[in-house]
Design a binder for this molecule. Structure first.
Ligand code: COA
Length: 332
């Protein structure tokens, strides 16, 4: 029994924030952002009262429709978000309510930008054990809510977006999630962190003055670790599964920086045509970045049933790892 992605959708808010517009907000320019990060534009949810759930609800509704799934059939719902609507209730509870899903074990996970792979691996365990049969894994990311638009070193990087996947059992061994190696190494904790809002630094005038409700990152340190950790785990999973470069049809890594994607590709040794990348138009949408990129590639007709995909993720924690996924008959 394998777990396969049988449906995939994504949602991006309408507003497009271009490098030109950013250049009027902070001391930056299109040339710097393009060459150092590879992003030209990102989508932003402008409504200040709408949270991350607003980015996932349209994706989940579309997923139910495209896959012909009734809300009451969904027995498990896992939501990854780096920017949950509230501390509680869970963002999963809010999305399920809006989508009429009322018979699922619904909950959030926190694995930052690695959320999609952590989500999928958990869904895989539930499917392989026989515990659940129709699982929605959902990624809801209003990243703009933790970005300081006066900080030029972070504000060009992030965009908002949501994605949802239906994961179901299959008897066909040639498709579905084949394997995953996922880790968390807390030595990275202080280098990529949102300090306020949790129980250590509860929101206060001081946390606002100190800008602790915004992302803090040590960019170079994060960059180096992202490359090393995604490269190492990609090599590890290929070796573990006796795969050579010829066996891999597509590589899709977390979309944080084009230079990170290029470096991982070069270290792994994969040719550029095999890389799925949408960073130029979407930016870093945290846990939603890999599923949005996959969905766009599928819509472009790139992904065929049986294709072998190498996925690699990295995020705060540091959470990181790689997965081998064989593409299924997936409703898009
Ligand atoms: C953040 C990041 C893009 C910065 O790129 P970098 O090449 O490391 O750049 P540096 O931080 O060394 O800065 C180089 C120079 O560019 C300047 N700079 C930084 N942001 C700039 C911007 N938006 N526009 C123009 N100049 C900028 C810096 O001030 C610095 O100037 P200086 O040399 O005069 O001091 C890069 O480190 C990165 O992508 N890190 C990983 C971030 C990430 O992936 N986070 C999420 C992980 S899930």
């Amino acid at each position: 029994m394998k777990a396969a992605i049988t449906g995939l959708t994504h949602y991006l808010p309408d507003y497009v924030l271009t490098n030109e517009e950013l250049s009027q907000m902070v001391d930056t320019n299109d040339e710097w952002i393009t060459t150092r990060v590879g992003i030209k534009e990102r989508h932003i949810l402008k409504d200040p009262h709408a949270g991350s759930s607003a980015l996932a609800i349209p994706a989940v509704k579309e997923l139910l429709e495209k896959t012909g799934t009734c809300p009451e059939e969904v027995d498990c719902f896992i939501c990854a978000s780096s920017a949950p609507d509230y501390r509680w209730p869970s963002t999963a509870a809010i999305i399920c309510d809006a989508c009429d899903i009322r018979h699922a074990m619904a909950y959030d996970i926190q694995a930052a930008c690695s959320g999609f792979l952590f989500n999928l691996n958990q869904a895989r365990a539930f499917i392989e054990s026989g515990l659940y049969k129709k699982i929605i894994v959902c990624q809801a990311e209003k990243c703009s809510s933790f970005v300081d638009y006066t900080d030029r070193s972070t504000c060009p990087l992030f965009g908002d977006g949501g994605a949802a996947a239906l994961v179901e059992p299959t008897d066909d061994d040639s498709i579905g999630i084949q394997d995953a190696v996922l880790y968390t190494n807390g030595e990275g904790n202080d280098h990529l962190i949102l300090k306020a809002g949790g129980s250590v630094n509860v929101p206060s005038h001081q946390t606002v003055d100190d800008k602790w409700s915004y992302i803090y990152q040590d960019g170079r340190y994060v960059f180096k670790n992202a490359v090393t950790m995604m490269t190492q785990t990609s090599g590890e999973i290929m070796k573990k599964n006796n795969l050579t470069l010829e066996d891999i049809d597509w590589v899709c890594t977390h979309q944080a920086n084009k230079r990170i994607i290029d470096a991982v590709r070069q270290y792994v040794g994969v040719s550029e045509e095999k890389v799925i990348c949408n960073i130029e138009k979407v930016g870093n949408t945290s846990s939603a970045s890999i599923p949005i990129a996959l969905h766009m590639a599928a819509q472009e007709g790139k992904l065929k049933k049986g294709d072998t995909l190498l996925l690699a993720a990295f995020g705060s924690g540091f959470t990181y790892g790689a997965m081998i996924l064989k593409w299924a008959d997936c409703k898009i």
